[in-house]
Design a protein around this ligand. Sequence first.
Ligand SMILES: Cc1ncc(COP(=O)(O)O)c(C=O)c1O
Length: 482
Amino acid sequence: MQEIKFYSGENIPLELHKVRIVQKLNLVPIERRLQALFEGGFNTFRLSTRDVFLDMLTDSGTNAMSDNQLSAMMRADDAYAGSQSFERLQKAVEDVLDKKYLLPVHQGRAAENILSVAYVHKGSLVPMNYHFTTAMAHITDKGGNIAELLYNEAYVINSDHPFKGNMNIEKLEETINYHGPKNIPFIRMEASTNLIGGQPFSVQNLRDVRAIADKYKIRLILDCSLLGENAFLVLQREEEFKNSNMETVIKTMTGLADICYFSARKLSSSRGGGICTDSLEIFKELEAFIPLYEGFLTYGGMSIREVEAMAVGLYETLDETVISQSPSFIKYLVEQLDKKNIPVIKPAGVLGVHLDAMQICAHIPQTQYPAGCLAAALFLISGIRGMERGSISNQRDEYGNETYADMELLRLAMPRRVFTLSQVKYVEDRVTWLYDNRHLIGGLKFVYEPPVLRFFMGGLEPVNDWPEKLVAKFKEDFGESL
Ligand SMILES: Cc1ncc(COP(=O)(O)O)c(C=O)c1O
């Protein structure tokens, strides 16, 4: 990656793209933001973008599309079966991910559903570096269970470990021996492990996982949703690959897996998803589920326009100037917040900046969801919408008990090529103010709790009048400023 230095010596990331389509944003008054929180059950998923200024909920389906993606959408070959657009997508998957067979699906979790329907049974155990919400929900829905096998350093917030997403190899072997290989339908590795702060694994670690998978004859499945960013960090952090390139690293990683699946909402800045493999046997095992759950085998529930955008987006995943933009803005913001001793996950990962609510809201017990409180408070005082990634995002155990998360994080996603540096500076400013006033943030309790994936539509309310007190302090400090 070529670095561009400033004469002033300032170390700031430079955008290597220009903006050609813009969308106007609203920054509504704080009184309206308070009302919106009550209407949306203090759950940032339930806010309308009418009330949101900077939407940092997710990078899923919100990355900026390129001119080439948009123009490809115009040549979509709309056909139920045998579309040429699908042929172009197949070629892109072969060229970029180096896999021969592709099964298209409408998004990442649809791939997780199909893999679980095909391979998970009651009593199955799926070892993984760490869970993702939808991956876990589909496995448990089919009667299986998961085992999370990260090394302890993955849970250290203030760290300089380059590969916190690495699978604990010793624990993996122990787990296989304990449960028996026949009860383990597959091992799942997630690139740029989402819920621990977008932290990568190394290629060497993936090779070690592959060796164990071979030894016990277990399939290895790679969640490639954030593979581009994982590859980018491998180039930066793994000695063996320091003079390599995106294509080599990506192919080295996908070459170690029996099955790759992805959310194209992330991987290729489009919509949709896919499952791919080099094994005809695996392809045949999964094939019949596509028309059953998704759509015909040449569109898989996606619009053909998205199929075209996905193909172009996959090639763009090989372009470091595309993939580096989000991680470099994240690194910038992490460094600025860290200088002020605001607890953020380090080293800077991908996907977003992760604030440590366990420390920032140390006065709020986990039973009152500190990360959810921080998400609501930040929206209230800034219009910035982040996502709770803590105990609200966890699911209850089989007996209905709460399972408290290992980490209580507020994720501020940085979709690719969406925000400008002055917007990032606004985030820094408002997070700093909130940190200085953190004692005013209070707890939340559930008033409506859906049985599955409760964080999406659940409703909460504050345990007392802390939001009003926070509004009063904001007005004292900022006057009539929005
Ligand atoms: C690592 C990972 N896997 C799977 C998914 C699920 O993908 P989708 O949202 O397209 O269903 C996501 C979505 O954010 C993800 O981050």
